[in-house]
Design a protein around this ligand. Sequence first.
Ligand code: NI
Ligand code: MN
Length: 227
Amino acid sequence: MPTLTFHGHATFSVETDEGVHLVVDPFFTDNPVFEGSLDEIDADFILLTHGHQDHVADAIPLAERTGATIIASYEIASYMENHGLTASPQHIGGGVQYPFGHVKMTAALHGGMVQLPNAESFTTVPGGFLVRLGSGDRLYFAGDTALLTDMQLLRGKVDVAILPIGDRFTMGPEDAVTAVDFIEPKVVIPCHYDTWPPIEQDPQAFATAVGDRARVRIMKPGDRYDV
Ligand code: NI
Ligand code: MN
């Protein structure tokens, strides 16, 4: 079965049954809750939900070392290609079949600045990813987003929903519970909290609030979860 590893904040990696390594929103080196080294991270594909520093900070060094293909919005993909990296552009609502599975970029409501060197002219619509692995498992990485009524469109299409609960910059716990109501996933994994004081949250209280709507899996940085 595929394995999902949480690296802290909103950084996850997935190892598929075929041994393909996906990394979502690589933020390792300056991530205060990541324990380990960027050098230990494997990547065949790097998925970037948006351009904020806490989601893309290590994308370039990771892609340079591993040769991974970067999956991101057209604007961020263009930036990466300009830097000599391999990228697969997508955009909101569009899906692409990759060797490891299908990736559809989903809507997110958030900021569009791209915080990479000399990226001043690059802004983009932030997004999320609905990933359907070859194993059939369906993972939804919401990215940084407000609660969206569009999430109702995902109902019945998600096994594991990875949702921000940090508040201030994204949904807080209360809106994340409504997102669970909309999506009806089997499992919910909260993220984007407790990295820094402004986004401190109590994940147990979130789990209690979700109740029997879904199983809540609280992951600590470094935890692995067999999907
Ligand atoms: Ni952000
Ligand atoms: Mn963020």
